[in-house]
Ligand binder design. Structure first.
Ligand SMILES: [Zn+2]
Ligand SMILES: [Zn+2]
Length: 121
């Protein structure tokens, strides 16, 4: 499905009714992270670039319209992060299994040694 990015206006291949192209989603995430790091009031809207009339902390947009666009971008990023987290859990499960195998291997070796020791008696 073809859509037009609500931010840059470019045509892109949209999925699940997405409103923005991948470039804008990444750009806005970076802009917002930088703005947060600096602990400064954002003076220009990170969506459309217009001057923000009354800059405030944790305010990154010039209008309600841009603010709701920003919220939609947050949701895309949140979904992405969740997917990454799940991938990580899968990895640690594998680590856990390897660890358990090693531990039971040690226990088995110890058990055999004990058995041998008893046999000598
Ligand atoms: Zn775009
Ligand atoms: Zn704006």
């Amino acid at each position: 499905m073809r859509s037009y990015c609500k931010i840059c206006g470019k045509e892109f291949e949209g999925e699940n009714n997405r409103k923005f192209c991948a470039v804008c989603v990444d750009l806005i995430r970076v802009k917002r992270e930088k703005a947060k790091e600096k602990h400064e009031r954002t003076e220009h809207c990170i969506i459309c670039g217009a001057k923000i009339e009354i800059p405030r902390f944790n305010k990154f947009t010039c209008s309600d319209e841009c603010s709701s666009l920003l919220n939609s971008v947050y949701q895309i990023n949140r979904r992405r992060r969740r997917r990454k987290k799940n991938a990580k859990i899968g990895q640690s499960n594998l680590d856990q299994r390897v660890k358990e195998a090693n531990e039971s291997g040690l226990t088995y070796g110890y058990y055999m040694a004990m058995k041998r020791g008893q046999g000598n008696d």
